[in-house]
Design a protein around this ligand. Structure first.
Ligand SMILES: CC(C)(COP(=O)(O)OP(=O)(O)OC[C@H]1O[C@@H](n2cnc3c(N)ncnc32)[C@H](O)[C@@H]1OP(=O)(O)O)[C@@H](O)C(=O)NCCC(=O)NCCS
Length: 399
């Protein structure tokens, strides 16, 4: 089956036409910010070289990012347009996963790096076993180049026995800094010159799934931005100010709605009877958040001094990115201070980017890895920990 591969996540654009017999056409162009202008003509040229047309396509692969916002959007939109016209499937992989899966590393912590503009980089976290099989370790991050070494140290502390391998164009750019902190960590010199459409094609067609850091078979190919666009943030923050969040104890009357939200959110959902059993457990903390008079989310935790275990938190899709989980966490910290807990611990799926971003924004850091902890689908858990913050000044009693 013939495939079209579009790699447009950075300033370097590649188009390839591949068939089971091999690569039929492969074009590379340095386009700066000209993806919009150059991509379709490059695809046409590739078809002409390959002697194929859109009707021959069985699949179209696009780089899902992170990388240039425009590049990712133009690449994916072009892939979708060709797929729609041809009745073909759209497949994709993140730029970071494509780099990690192609890197010839073994028994290593593989950290793909892609430039994120200014002095920032996008960093991915993967581990390669002794046979070179790659799995996802933690969600991608965008960091200032100066903070990269500290971020890597946090991930490396979970698996200190592994060799560090930085790959990708960002590794070429930050080579000096990385070598100063971790000698020979860039010695593999993999794809320092840029991303590759052929790596992308292999990753996008890999059986994948969250444990590999790739979309599961048949899963929608959605962009991976890591950093939100500024305009989007302005709109969200305006909405957040307009609608406050309140938090209250969960009651028996809330349980059916909570269990329904749980079923819609998690593949390994807790049952209604389990939620009910938690309501009057000693040390338990079962809370519901409301926004605009509706249930917007819930949180379950328990304290066994000096540790608080955050067991479950979820926000209904219509209320996400409006500060609901943050309000539930702030409320939990209040309970921790009152009950003498000094640290909050939790487990999170390695592929759960949104939750890891939430926890990081509240001071949680990586504290360990639990291999194969989750089922449906099978996946590693990250253990994250956060010291209970001191009472915010705004909560202090006024005199
Ligand atoms: C993870 C989840 C609980 C976050 O709830 P939320 O109410 O949307 O989170 P908040 O609005 O309080 O987010 C606070 C900050 O966390 C980060 N964050 C939260 N969700 C994020 C996402 N999907 N992507 C990137 N960052 C995210 C952001 O920094 C955000 O601040 P900002 O919106 O100003 O940028 C929610 O997405 C959810 O219910 N997901 C499904 C269930 C789940 O994964 N639960 C956790 C199990 S361990």
């Amino acid at each position: 089956m013939t495939g079209l591969v579009i790699e447009a996540a950075t300033e370097h654009v590649e188009v390839a036409i591949v068939s089971p017999d091999g690569v039929l056409a492969h074009l590379i162009e340095e386009v700066g910010h000209g993806q919009t202008r150059r991509l379709t003509p490059l695809v046409q040229e590739a078809f002409a070289i390959a002697g194929r047309g859109p009707r021959d396509l069985g699949w179209v692969a696009a780089d899902l990012g992170p990388g240039s916002f425009t590049g990712v959007r133009v690449g994916l939109a072009t892939a979708r347009a060709f797929a729609l016209a041809a009745g073909a499937r759209v497949v994709g992989a993140s730029s970071l996963a494509a780099l990690a899966h192609a890197a010839p590393a073994r028994k290593a912590l593989v950290i793909p790096l892609v430039g994120a503009g200014r002095r920032d980089v996008y960093a991915g976290f993967f581990r390669a076993d002794t046979r070179g099989k790659v799995s996802l370790l933690a969600a991608p991050r965008v960091v200032a180049a100066e903070s990269l070494v500290a971020l890597v140290a946090e991930a490396h502390a979970m698996l200190p026995e592994l060799t560090l391998r930085f790959v990708g164009p960002g590794a070429g750019r930050e080579r000096e800094r990385l070598e100063a902190a971790y000698p020979t960590s860039t010695a593999l010199a993999f794809r320092h010159g840029g991303l590759s459409a052929l790596d992308l094609a292999a990753a996008a067609r890999h059986p994948g799934g969250p444990g590999a850091g790739l979309p599961a078979e048949g899963h929608e190919a959605d962009p991976v931005y890591v950093r939100s666009a500024q305009a989007e943030e302005r709109v969200r923050h305006a909405a957040l100010l307009a609608t406050p969040v309140s938090v209250r104890p969960m009651t028996a009357a809330d349980v059916p709605a909570v269990a329904e939200a749980e079923r819609r959110t998690f593949s390994d959902a807790w049952s209604e009877s389990y939620f009910r059993s938690l309501l009057d457990q000693p040390g338990g903390w079962t809370r519901v958040a409301e926004r605009q008079g509706q249930m917007a989310g819930y949180l379950i935790a328990s304290v066994q001094e000096p540790v608080c275990d955050l067991e479950n938190v979820a926000v209904l899709p219509a209320h996400r990115r409006c500060g609901v989980a943050s309000a539930l966490l702030a409320d939990l910290y209040g309970y921790c201070r009152q009950s003498g807990a000094r640290e909050v611990l939790l487990e999170v799926r390695a592929s759960n980017d949104g939750a890891q971003a939430l926890y990081r924004s509240h001071g949680f850091r990586l504290a360990g890895l639990r291999r194969g902890y989750y089922r449906a689908p099978d996946e590693d858990a990250l253990l994250m920990a956060c010291p209970v913050p001191a009472r915010p000044a705004s909560d202090a009693p006024s005199h």
